[in-house]
Design a protein around this ligand. Structure first.
Ligand SMILES: [Zn+2]
Length: 165
């Protein structure tokens, strides 16, 4: 039986780690790095989130998922606070989550210091299946604006690349 406020906050973090990204179900919203803070004062539970890039999964989906999960946990007074600064970046995606993305067939974001424009083609994205660097950009936009479509010249498989921004 957890009775301390910080203990309850810990349980909330744990529960949040079980909520999958609505678009990429192999990673959780926690691994995606959108949850900034959790605060419980004994009555009101406040969860602070930062939206992902606007071309990425809709924020209202995350909010609906969080609300449903917290309601299930018995939190009736729930406040979701959205902060835009500091902005979310793909660097907030945990290394474990990047490995999961790759296993899922999506090339994780590659940091490219020479390229600040998220819409510019990223060079040399390794194939998530065979690690070949012989890949070709097919389309700047995949299923969503935050991903682009590549094809691997070695294993001939198409794959999505989660853009770095
Ligand atoms: Zn390949």
């Amino acid at each position: 039986m957890v009775t301390t406020l910080s203990g309850i906050e810990e349980l909330v973090w744990e529960r949040l780690s079980l909520i999958p990204d609505p678009e990429i179900p192999v990673i959780s919203i926690l691994e995606l790095g959108i949850v900034r803070d959790v605060h419980y004062d004994g009555e009101m539970l406040e969860i602070v989130i930062t939206p992902t890039y606007t071309g990425c999964p809709a924020l209202n989906l995350f909010v609906a998922e969080i609300k449903a999960a917290m309601h299930d946990q018995g939190f009736d007074q729930l406040k979701i606070t959205t902060v835009y600064s500091p902005a979310w970046t793909t660097d907030l995606i945990s290394p474990e989550a990047k490995a999961k993305l790759k296993r899922y067939g999506i090339a994780p974001p590659v940091k490219d210091a020479a390229n600040d424009d998220p819409f510019a083609p990223a060079p040399n994205i390794p194939c998530p299946r065979c690690d070949s660097h012989k890949t070709t950009l097919v389309s700047q936009f995949g299923a969503t604006a935050c991903k682009s479509l590549y094809t691997c010249n070695d294993c001939k498989e198409p794959f999505e690349y989660f853009k770095h921004f």
